[in-house]
Design a protein around this ligand. Structure first.
Ligand code: SAM
Length: 298
């Protein structure tokens, strides 16, 4: 049997092994493994190693530079939290920007909000979009939506030309190794702040509080230098190493921890939500002590 493991250091076909699990990389001493039924696609793009495989238990899986990005079985946990925390904290989001997001899952969730008039998306790697359309069709379902304006390019460079434009900006990036490195620095958050309209809200994938304490602390400090409200939410995502994912949600003007609009349980069903609901919105910002300590650098 083949196994694929989450290992930031591999970045090439070393992640496919015939037996055993390779340790080390970004998370020394631990790894997460899934049994591979079939490799569906494996090529190097201009930016990264792109792999899609059919797993025994989690459906099709997208892997970039040796790190699992999403699986068909648990993608809702990540996409719904990253998209709906900022979207529901806003009373009337009309213009939305997604940086990264090449699998299409965040786009799918954002378009569920009837107030949305335009979604702009800037993804650096067209190959990710192409393989997602083919192998992850439930995530990539909305690439043909007429509200979408899709740019292929670097999100950092894109933001330099967009000021005071968006109600919500969502950064759905890979980890800060490779093409996403520039999306984890203070200058990127300054550009995000400039891109938001009055009352705007951003969300960004905030890595894992069990593993990335130093990064989370650094981000928390510089975000607080830029935004009046900087909050961190957590949720479970089984296929991210350690199983816990964090989300930064920031705004100058708004309290992001309380939804400005709520859904009834009938609406939750109608929207097809598997993870997010209005009670969870506020609960996700209630943090265990070790996460509070990580954010404060203790
Ligand atoms: N959910 C995943 C996770 O946290 O593991 C990430 C999803 S994946 C869709 C992230 C996307 O960000 C990839 O398609 C990658 O190509 C894109 N990306 C990385 N660096 C980027 C950059 N500088 N500008 C725009 N997109 C970028």
């Amino acid at each position: 049997d083949l196994e694929v493991i989450n290992n930031a250091a591999s970045g090439d076909s070393k992640q496919l092994k015939s037996d055993g699990v390779e340790m080390g990389g970004a998370w020394p001493g631990q790894a997460f493994s899934l049994q591979v039924d079939e490799v569906l696609f494996h090529e190097k793009s201009k930016y990264q190693d792109v792999l899609v495989f059919k797993s025994r238990t989690y459906g099709n899986v997208l892997v970039l530079d040796g790190i699992i990005q999403c699986t068909e079985r648990d993608e809702a946990a990540y996409q719904e939290m990253l998209a709906h925390l900022p979207m529901f904290a806003h009373p009337n989001p009309k213009r939305v920007l997604i940086i990264g997001g090449g699998d299409g899952g965040i786009l799918r969730e954002v378009l569920k909000h009837p107030s949305v008039e335009h979604v702009t998306m800037c993804e650096i790697d067209e190959m990710v979009i192409d393989v997602s359309k083919k192998w992850l069709p439930k995530m990539a379902a909305e690439f043909g939506n007429p509200k979408l304006n899709l740019f292929i390019g670097d999100g950092f460079e894109f933001l330099k030309a967009h000021k005071n434009e968006f109600d919500v900006v969502i950064t759905d990036s890979s980890d800060p190794v490779g093409p996403a490195e520039s999306l984890f620095g203070k200058s990127y958050y300054q550009l995000l702040s400039d891109a938001l309209r009055d009352g705007g809200i951003l969300s960004s994938q905030g890595e894992c509080p069990w593993l990335d304490g130093n990064l989370i602390h650094t981000m928390n400090v510089f975000c607080k230098e830029i935004f009046a409200n900087v909050k961190y939410a957590i949720g479970s995502v089984p296929t991210y190493t350690s199983g816990t994912m964090g989300y930064f949600v920031c705004s100058q003007e708004r309290d992001v921890t309380t939804p400005a609009r709520t859904l009834t349980s009938e609406e939750v069903q109608k929207w097809g939500l598997r993870f997010y609901n209005s009670s969870l919105h506020s609960a996700a910002f209630v943090l265990p002590t070790f996460v509070q300590q990580a954010l404060e650098g203790k």
